[in-house]
Design a protein. Sequence first.
Length: 561
Amino acid sequence: MSNSSFNRQWAKVILETLTRHGLRHICIAPGSRSTPLTLAAAANHKLICHTHFDERGLGHLALGLAKATQQPVAVIVTSGTAVANLYPALIEAGLTGERVIFLTADRPPELINCGANQAIRQQGIFASHPSETLSLPRPTADIPARWLVSTLDNAMNNLVHGALHVNCPFAEPLYGDDIEHDTPWTQALGKWWQSDKPWLQETLSPSVTTHPQWDRLRQKKGVVIAGRISAKEGIAVAKWASQLGWPLLGDVLSQTGQPLPCADLWLNNPQVKAELNQAEIVIQFGSSLTGKRLLQWQANCSPQMYWVIDAIPGRLDPGHHQGEKFTLSPSQWLTAHPAIDNLPWALSLSHIATQTYQHVTEVTDYFGEAQVAHQLDHLLPHNGQLFVGNSLIVRLIDAFAQLPQGYPVMSNRGASGIDGLLSTSAGVHRATQKPTLTILGDLSALYDLNSLALHQQVYAPNVVIIVNNNGGQIFSMLPTPMAERERFYCMPHALNFKHAAAMFGLDYVAPNCWDDLFTTVTACWQGEAKTTLIELIVNETEGAETLNQLVKQVTAYDFSL
């Protein structure tokens, strides 16, 4: 058998093995060294193939697909710097838990460290960030197929969350008369080819037991913090906290309906602190909290017990509280820790949250990013989903909005970078094929502008709102030096996105008042399946100034009057 043919057989086994672990979506960038993997993926009818010319965007496309499907997604790239471009998406997957398999083609060992073209040191390139790493040998019939299958199975069995990096060296020739039918090497796997099960199966039976002190603790004064959890979990956590009579501090990604809205504005108020500091136990579901005041309260609170529940392993508590970490899903934990009917103990918080929300409505009566953040729930599509960018816009939504309970909200709040946001939202849209609203800032959009190409392929109405405040205005909220702020931090660009939309064949609208924005978005949801790029050209500093102003006002307000 020719070398190119055996490369294909080797790659065929890799891809088929991964399908036995739920792989259905695979994202492929162009490249020659990755030809065996690319052709094997194209020939596997279980796989849906996605393509993109930009590896950084491709990695984030896979991240979005994994985020929305909750299933593993694979990426194929060629050797060299193509591999390095996957780093941001791989890091994010490790922090937020999506299972993404990065299949990186490589030169064979004899072409490494000798000046060969497009050959870099790829083994260990991602350091400690992947949850699992495999450095495969050069394909050879001397290694039985059952070794390759069981090695990949073992890695996938261990991949509870985060990234798996599989480095795959291939020697030339890469093209030729490839053998499509089975060979003695592949036939050695026998009836495995006709099954749909892994070669090496591992059964995990996590035991969820009730905490021995739960009967006593659920009668105490408790506070619930909800970070990044699923829509189903958000509904369950909100119901559970309400039954216990415990106040719920819900993040923008919690999908709890934020029963106490605008918490990031009122958490610094002395009356609020005095009340919340009576808590004897704080239970946090999920991580990646957004609001600055919530993070400050979380870090400084000192209850008798602090518990964190998240399926992602690790501490996940920047406050370093003495307490317990439960590494399992919130749904599993709630099943073992039922609530009882208690009367609410922090009675003033509901009044404070309601007053604050009404005050935000009065203050954000001008057209700008603060108003859009506050009224974002009016722009959401029915039976759709929301993808939120990072930097200033996510903080404004967290502080000003009240999103519907159980409404799907996704974001990249692991490393909280601005890279790959357009490509991640494209993956979210493709995975669910639901109407999707994406909202992000102008620098984030410029950073991932290539990935507007991914928004050409749509399955339902798709709206991308770019809030253009002419730079990184989050830095105007920070004590950055005034003399250097504009040049080195905010970096105003004086650009708009009309021609970018035209370049990628997307519809473009630039409304200049709330009524026009609302009418435009409503028409998009009622129209055909296409992408509309909506640019909101707003006052540069008004959003950041409004947030700072409201924090100061609400912190000083006497709610007892």
